[in-house]
Design a protein around this ligand. Sequence first.
Ligand code: 0L1
Ligand code: MG
Length: 257
Amino acid sequence: MDLAALAKQVREHQRTGRAMKKLTLEHPDLTVEDAYRIQALGAEMAVAEGDRLVGWKMGLTSRAKQVSVGVEEPIYGRLLASMELTEPRLSVGELIHPRVEPEIAFVFKRDLGGEHVRARDVWPAVECVMPAVEVIDSRYENFSFTLVDVVADNASSARFYLGDQGYAPDRTNWDEIGVVVRRNGEVVQTGAGAAVLGHPVRSVVMLARMLARIGASIEAGMVVLTGGITEAVPVGPGDFVEVAYEGIGTVGLEVGE
Ligand code: 0L1
Ligand code: MG
């Protein structure tokens, strides 16, 4: 199987914002390992064209998210510089069916890696913890996919935005933090940090261990999005989405064409 050709195909749909059929319809024998390879090749192509790997995301770390998309295990994706919103404004023109997720982001000051990483290894490597929103956008028609498809599509990564303020890792119990998501003033989702594998730090532990299998790690300066705390909220032009994080402020995102 020509994994580079499949990576090129997926990347084209990521760039143009056109929906595609699931890869597994035509290639039912693709494995999860192949899918991560396709993801890596797509990121390498982006970097060769001038983009930069700035971090990692974990996806499907909450039961609510796993149930809503019918995929039962956490996955990781690659965050590129071109995905980061520098202002709290999202332009959906290049996206297919964007959805917003409230997340806790960890920013690293030291490298972290290895198959035996534990929670207590994570904290000394963290510069700060930040409230964040991720915008996901599956490239597949009807947001419908298998585990293999979604991994190959870089875990539906599209955009992300970090709030203005970073917080000391020991400032609060991140599993107990409550979030309220409002769209145009109406409460549409509520949740708590514990929805992310019991504690967002567990998502980082799992990521570090998964990356160790491919000889990769979380590097100093990188951002890690630990996973949606609630189900993702569909958005369109004219919407204003606001996520209130208990005790650490609010992140709002204005959605335009
Ligand atoms: O960030 C996420 O949890 C998304 C992972 C991929 C599944 C989806 O597109 O909802
Ligand atoms: Mg997410």
